[in-house]
Design a protein around this ligand. Structure first.
Ligand code: COA
Length: 384
């Protein structure tokens, strides 16, 4: 095959049985289970085990996994000291990438990947998976305190993954409603077929790089505004728009300048992203419960309508990042942490794909369509 397709659009990069998207119908499923059912009934811990192992766990399997996550939440004192040396003006995604890459230096043990039984040690793979997923939330929450000059809040073993993250972030008992919202957000963001960051996992994993390096590369890919970084941009955009009345004018101006509307459009979906529908409903319900309103939500609805009217014929609709930021900001979370929360969740899917890649590994080595000069002779410097 020699046809070049920019962005590898429509080109299968792997075989996978982890998740599936029907972009015309707007359906997303993890291991066959519709995202709506998982959001309504599951927990992040259970969904993670489903993604990793392929089946919904039994009560004992879930309890066991939950305990493993809780046991692995703490990070070494040296990681904390290292984080203290990072500039507080740095972006949380760069901090997260740095800290996760450093975990590999502080928690070595990737000999299984380079030894004779490379890729076959399921205990090693599971162990690394637990360590990384358990610590992602810890690192993101720690940073919120460290960058303010405070000591981070130690993790607790009596809280769920979502509860513990909110507890560490805010240093207070998490509100049960907000904890459940965070849990659902983690489920919704946990996996999404072969997107850019997951592709990075496949490529880096295929070289047998350590899982910390693999996840660090995925964090880098996710940070870009065309991928996970869009959730922060959406909130900044809505603040810039200012009010629902200014939505149409804003969208027209952006499109006239050939700029994108953040949180709109997706390579796979040609209708509204099912996760955006759930997130929009959650933010609406949260505001009703609080008995208030959020002008950003009203502005978002107006921007979505204006953008859809102008872009639906190109298959451009709201994606997962359009409503998540309003929800997080209602929970008091700073905008620059939104993508880092996405990464906490997506570590589950990334590691499921890492494991799948290792189970049937061949190093990625695509080809190219060469567009350079034909073979020619070197010209000495004084002859040029
Ligand atoms: N705003 C304005 N126009 C958009 C758009 C957006 N958010 N998303 C896509 N389009 C337009 C493109 O300009 C293109 O128009 P054209 O055919 O006239 O050139 C058409 O829709 C097809 O889009 P394309 O750029 O080919 O889609 P893609 O699959 O390569 O890119 C995204 C997908 C997600 C990168 C793109 O939709 C985007 O940049 N969205 C904004 C960033 C974002 O929200 N990212 C998070 C994704 S979950």
């Amino acid at each position: 095959m020699s046809e070049y397709l920019p962005g590898l659009a429509g080109v299968p990069a792997t075989k996978s049985n982890i998740s599936d998207i029907d972009g015309d119908k707007g359906l997303l499923s993890y291991r066959g289970y519709p995202i709506e059912q998982l959001a309504a009934n599951s927990s992040f811990e259970e969904t993670t085990l489903l993604l990793l192992d392929g089946e919904l766990p039994t009560r004992d399997q879930l309890r066991n996994f939950d305990e493993q996550l809780k046991e692995n939440r703490r990070v070494k004192y040296n990681i904390r000291e290292l984080m203290k040396t990072l500039p507080i003006t740095g972006h949380p995604m760069e901090m997260l990438q740095t800290a996760v890459a450093c975990l590999g230096m502080f928690y070595p043990g990737n000999e299984c990947l380079t030894g004779s039984d490379a890729c076959e040690d399921l205990f090693y793979i599971h162990n690394m998976t637990v360590k990384i997923i358990a610590r992602m939330g810890t690192i993101v929450a720690m940073w919120e305190h460290i960058r303010r000059g405070d000591d981070p809040v130690p993790p607790r073993k009596d809280l769920s993954h979502a509860e513990n993250f909110l507890y560490m972030l805010n240093e207070k008992e998490p509100d049960p409603i907000l904890a459940r919202i965070m849990d659902v957000c983690l489920i919704l963001h946990a996996e999404h077929t072969i997107n850019a960051s997951t592709f990075s996992v496949l490529v880096n994993g295929s070289t047998l790089a350590s899982p910390y390096s693999v996840i660090s590369s995925a964090i880098s890919a996710l940070s870009g505004p065309l991928h996970g970084g869009a959730n922060q941009r959406v909130l900044e955009m809505l603040e810039q728009v200012g009010s629902p009345a200014k939505a149409e004018e804003y969208v027209d101006k952006k499109l006239a300048n050939k700029e994108v509307i953040w949180g709109m459009g997706h390579r796979e979906y040609k209708t509204k992203d099912p996760r955006a529908k759930i997130l929009q409903k959650m933010v609406t319900e949260l505001l009703e419960k609080k008995g208030g309103s959020n002008p950003l939500l009203e502005t978002a609805i107006a921007v979505e309508k204006a953008a859809e009217e102008r872009l639906a014929h190109k298959g451009v609709y709201a994606n997962v990042d359009f409503y998540s930021g309003i929800l997080y900001s209602e929970m008091g979370i700073p905008a620059d942490q939104f993508t880092a929360i996405f990464a906490i969740a997506r570590s589950a899917g990334w590691l499921a794909h890492w494991r799948e890649q290792l189970a049937d590994n061949r190093i990625f080595r695509p080809t190219q369509v060469y567009t350079g000069k034909p073979l020619r002779d070197y010209v000495p410097l004084d002859k040029r």
